[in-house]
Write a protein that binds this ligand. Structure first.
Ligand code: HAM
Length: 414
């Protein structure tokens, strides 16, 4: 019989590794909920148009999307990223702005899998809609930074750029086009630079990197309002002590960005896949999705990549077991049923062995579980109405009245 495996580019996350995922999501929620962001759950698939509107010129949408016709003949796509879904939900439900949302969700991209690049990856992220105040940019950037710090990551660089707006970008794109027209580019971009010249700045091929070394920079051609906005973002980050590096070549892989854009690069990871997060402003996206003109900004961080960076820096390890009690019952199992139920009901985590195992085997499982206490019921204890408590770390033990059990367990755990 065929033994099935997880599809190429996907991974199963099992305990105890999954405990890190829980902790990471909880840490993220803690950071962003403190800043007023609320959890948003949106569908894992959308009308394909939601994503086509936001990224027609990008690989993520053109080449990597999992799109298909459903049984009702609707053209559907699995979500390749979270922003378009949240903005679609904003446009649909019109919550009162500012609307501050966070999410933890899987995304699907048909990419060539490699270390740190998956076909299903997960992002924790925030989106904030309803104001173009530069203070919000500072808040969002500071949150992204604080998540890295809270994880214990110290080898991460915040790369910052401004992509301007409808006023200054068209003229910049013209100057970039004429520069690129005279440069020798890789085959892909020699053919495609006219359509989307910004993509050339993102090309990792040596030919394009060399050819664009002296390309005109958008930061030098920002209109006055965009330059002022960028100045306020930088001053705000400086005042909070959030360090950043200006990266005028940073264009990001999605089309919707305006003004502030950023990436978090982990120096501990291979440079091809070292972005642990990225984001920016998208002041035209709500309109593009049929809603009222509503500026917005957000970021997404790749859970798998964050954890790879944590591994590389030796921080945020798999947490130790949090199990309080292992019940060892050598009287047939009925005591274990009752005791685990009683303990759990009192808020104490408890587990046990099954299948009438020997005392030795049950203690082995107790040790393996990482539980702090073993609670032993043998024939003597059963007859005397007692239970023996053994500290699995220190080794000492005492026999207590069954009636006082919870009090003793709580004392030992506290
Ligand atoms: P993105 O840069 O495409 O942006 O993805 C955000 C992060 O998700 C990346 O920095 C990376 O850590 C992770 N990631 C992306 N693709 C993969 C993959 N194939 N395998 C593993 N990890 C991956 C966005 O998705 C935007 N929605 C971010 C945003 C939010 N912008 C504004 N708001």
């Amino acid at each position: 019989m065929t033994e099935f495996r997880a599809p190429v580019g996907t991974r199963d996350v099992l305990p105890p590794e999954s405990a890190r995922w829980e902790r990471l999501a909880a840490l993220f929620a803690g950071q962003v909920e403190r800043a007023g962001y609320g959890l948003v759950l949106s569908p894992m698939f959308e009308d394909v148009g939601v994503f086509e509107r936001v990224g027609e010129g990008t690989d993520v949408v053109r080449k990597e999307m999992y799109d298909f016709d459903d049984k009702g003949g609707r053209r559907i796509a699995l979500r390749p990223e979270g922003t378009a879904s949240v903005v679609r939900a904003f446009v649909q439900h019109r919550p009162t702005p500012p609307f501050k949302a966070w999410y933890v969700a899987p995304n699907f991209r048909y990419e060539r899998p490699q270390a740190g690049r998956f076909r299903q990856h997960h992002q924790v992220g925030v989106e904030a809609l309803g104001t173009d105040d530069a203070d919000l940019d500072v808040e969002v950037l500071a949150l992204a930074w604080s998540v890295c710090s809270a994880l214990g990551l110290s080898q991460v660089t915040l790369l910052l750029n401004s992509l301007g707006d409808d006023v200054c970008r068209p003229a910049y794109l013209e100057s970039l086009r004429s520069f690129l027209g005279a440069a020798s580019l890789c085959d892909e971009h020699a053919a495609g630079y006219e359509k989307n010249p910004l993509r050339v700045l993102d090309c990792k091929r040596e030919t394009c990197v060399t050819a664009t070394a002296d390309a005109p920079r958008l930061v030098d051609q920002l209109c006055e309002p965009c330059a002022a906005h960028f100045g306020r973002v930088r001053a705000g980050l400086d005042s909070l002590g959030v360090p950043y590096t200006l990266q005028p070549r940073l264009v990001r892989g999605l089309d919707y960005y305006t003004r502030t854009t950023f990436e978090l690069a982990a120096e501990s990871l291979d440079s091809a896949q070292n972005a642990v997060g990225g984001g920016g402003r998208y002041d035209k996206l709500a309109e593009a999705l049929g809603g009222p003109a509503t500026p917005g900004i957000g970021f997404g961080m790749g859970v798998e990549r964050l954890l790879l960076a944590c591994d590389a820096e030796g921080v945020f390890p798999v947490p130790a077991s949090t199990l309080d009690v292992w019940v060892v019952d050598t009287t047939g199992g009925a005591e274990a049923v009752a005791l685990t139920h009683e303990l759990r009901g009192a808020g104490i985590s408890a587990d046990r062995s099954f299948d009438g195992r020997s005392m030795k085997s049950q203690f082995k499982s107790a040790d393996r579980s990482g539980a702090r206490l073993a609670l032993v019921v043998g024939d003597n204890e059963l007859a005397a109405g007692t239970v023996t408590l053994r500290d699995l770390r220190g080794g000492e033990q005492e026999t207590v009245d069954r009636a006082d059990l919870l009090k003793h367990v709580q004392e030992r755990l506290s």
